[in-house]
Design a protein around this ligand. Structure first.
Ligand code: ZN
Ligand code: ZN
Length: 185
């Protein structure tokens, strides 16, 4: 499928010497592709992506620098509450037009951070770049707050909203068990 050219689909050869700039809201519907299938994109906690960046042409190379942020609905790993996690990140990638290297070579070069990423036809899809950075920033386990007390492991009460006696009972039970224990002298 030939991608349509718009402000997110660029042909590097066509980028003017003055470069390109973005300072805008990228609608969630544009960012979300099938890699978002497991996320609840209908949630009101989901936000659009803020994207502020510039692409500068520099001696045959193209440097994309910017930052993004986005609210994403997540479930707290301690109390299970759903909350909006503000995700953000920086983008700093250098591109050049030419033969793309093998994946292995590319990974190695990217580790050193010095070699540009080669784009064979000069086609740059900024949305793909944003999705890649989004998933790089993804944390499998998140908490609603560093101070979240979580749920009681015994009764399941949300300890942020109330308290229980389970801790005390566990102690009592332990003593009761000890009482029944027959000691063979
Ligand atoms: Zn929590
Ligand atoms: Zn409890």
């Amino acid at each position: 499928m030939k991608s349509q050219r718009d402000k997110f689909n660029l042909i590097l050869q066509e980028v003017a010497r003055s470069g390109r700039q973005w300072n805008e809201v990228v609608p969630l519907a544009k960012v979300a592709d099938k890699s978002f299938a497991d996320l609840n994109v209908k949630s009101p906690l989901f936000g659009d992506m803020n994207w502020k960046a510039r692409l500068e042409a520099d001696d045959g190379q193209f440097v994309l620098t910017g930052s993004w942020q986005m609210d994403v609905p997540r479930q707290c790993g301690r109390c299970n509450a759903e909350f909006a996690l503000n995700m953000s990140g920086d983008v700093d990638v250098t591109y050049a037009i030419g033969q793309s290297k093998s994946e292995e070579e590319q990974a190695e070069l990217q580790l050193t951070g010095e070699e540009p990423e080669m784009l064979e036809n000069g086609e740059l899809n900024v949305l793909d770049v944003l999705r890649e950075h989004f998933w790089l920033a993804w944390q499998p386990l998140v908490v609603c707050s560093e101070n979240c007390k979580g749920l009681c492991l015994q009764c399941g009460i949300d300890l942020n909203q109330g308290s229980c006696d389970c801790h005390k009972k566990v102690k009592e039970n332990a003593f009761a068990a000890l009482k029944d224990f027959k000691f063979d002298a």
